[in-house]
Design a protein around this ligand. Structure first.
Ligand SMILES: Cc1ncc(COP(=O)(O)O)c(C=O)c1O
Length: 416
């Protein structure tokens, strides 16, 4: 019989195999200093384009004050126990009511983390008789939620309405056979490439198919829509989203998440969400901090305006310089280049060391072989000078990528 660890000793996995070249620099980098548009990486000043602090709240003085005061008042333990048993408070309820109102739903329920919360929400919404239809490019938390499902599931081609419809037909036949219903799951904004989920077209399919729609709007919440209520508001279909989900980890610059829906659905989830029933309640400092953040989302539309000034300057500047930024329809700004993984590493090193630009690098297997995806997250704290500096740097690295500089540099490194 094999030792359980044998496979681990043998194969570190598709990303893990790069660890000796990548760790501490490309993956698990340590950004230091106050969270802002400019931080320190390995002692150097860098413009940071890899922090999901869309509205610039992470280090806002008012937020820091409220967080510190809440920490002083409640410590980091309060309340103890799961919501259902001993961890329930009026402030948890207040935050839920305010979140529900903000996203225009009857009720909401807090989740400790977006990831686990989404897994658990999917688990609670379906039985083995139900059928799930979901986007093939869905976030890992959706995929893992679907993995818990004991019944049938179908993936559809990314954001492809024809494929959704085809799978809804199959799902309908299946559900008629099993006596269950259908849950469709998509993202409001796809976090890697920035396109919005085609919510409007998906909702239109409700005319012909009987399904409920769950939307993970992690990147849309606070950034899209007139009031910041997200991708549903942006596309005019918020009322047709049956279960709306967002995390506090991005626009809210916090920790935690929530789901929002009709009261009867939330009342059900409250008693059936295993991630909340069997876990300690969201700690009070985070609840108080989230109330303050939500208040700022509501009352300071200028934060979203500043964000979009930067998004528009960055995206149009990149396009004018002929960069391929895909089909983003959100703040997420991808830049697609062609090259190998070692070339990508040399390129990112050049960006960080010689141009002082820090952005995330995404390579195979997350994107197809030969594609280098530089993923940038603009925030309200960035300046137009940051954008200009970045555009100049990008033109330079593209030239060096095309003239083979990174190929030569990476060959030298990998030959060592
Ligand atoms: C689309 C999406 N869903 C869910 C999550 C998970 O949220 P959390 O960080 O609160 O666990 C993330 C990442 O934060 C995300 O990008």
């Amino acid at each position: 019989m094999k030792d359980l660890f044998e496979k681990i000793y043998r194969d570190k996995g598709p990303l893990g195999k790069w660890a000796s070249h990548a760790e501490g620099y490309f993956v698990f980098p340590k950004l230091e200093g106050q969270i802002s548009n400019r931080m320190k990486f390995q002692g150097k000043d860098v413009i940071t384009w890899s922090i999901n602090d869309y509205l610039g709240l992470a280090n806002h003085p008012e937020i820091r004050k409220v967080d510190a005061e809440a920490g002083k008042q409640y410590g980091s333990a309060y309340p103890m126990g799961a919501r259902m048993m001993s961890g329930h408070t009026s402030l948890h309820e207040q935050l839920q009511d305010e979140l529900a109102e903000f996203v225009n739903k009857e009720a909401s329920y807090l989740l400790n983390f977006g990831y686990q919360g989404m897994v658990s929400t999917i688990d609670a919404l379906v039985t083995k008789h139900d059928v799930i239809v979901y986007d093939v490019d869905a976030h890992a938390c959706i995929i893992d939620g679907v993995r818990l499902h004991m019944g049938k599931r179908f993936t559809y081609k990314h954001n492809d309405i024809e494929s959704i419809e085809k799978n809804l037909e199959r799902a309908t036949k299946m559900a008629e056979h099993t006596g269950g219903g259908i849950l469709v799951i998509t993202e409001g904004v796809f976090g890697m490439r920035g396109e919005q989920g085609r919510l409007k077209e998906i909702v239109a399919l409700k005319k012909d198919y009987n399904f409920r729609l769950l939307v993970d709007d992690a990147h849309g919440f606070g950034t899209l829509g007139k009031t910041g209520a997200g991708a549903g508001e942006e596309q005019g279909v918020q009322d047709d989203i049956d279960v709306y989900f967002a995390t506090f980890a991005k626009s809210m610059a916090g920790t935690g998440a929530f789901i929002a829906a009709d009261k009867e659905i939330i009342d059900y989830l409250k008693y059936n969400l295993r991630s909340q029933m069997f876990a300690k309640s969201l700690q009070m400092q985070l609840v108080v901090g989230a109330l303050k953040r939500l208040d700022m989302l509501r009352t300071m539309p200028e934060l979203k305006e500043s964000l979009w000034t930067i998004v528009n300057a960055l995206q149009s500047g990149l396009k004018e310089r002929g960069f391929d930024i895909g089909t983003t329809q959100s703040c997420v700004t991808p830049v697609f280049l062609q090259g190998s993984v070692p070339e990508a590493m040399a390129l990112v090193r050049d960006l960080r060391e010689n141009h002082g630009i820090f952005c995330s690098i995404v390579v195979y297997p997350v994107v197809p072989k030969g594609v280098i995806l530089l993923r940038m997250i603009p925030t309200a704290t960035h300046t137009l000078e940051d954008v200009e500096e970045t555009l100049i740097a990008f033109s330079s690295i593209r030239q060096r990528l095309e003239n083979g500089t990174y190929k030569r540099l990476s060959a030298a490194v990998f030959a060592d």
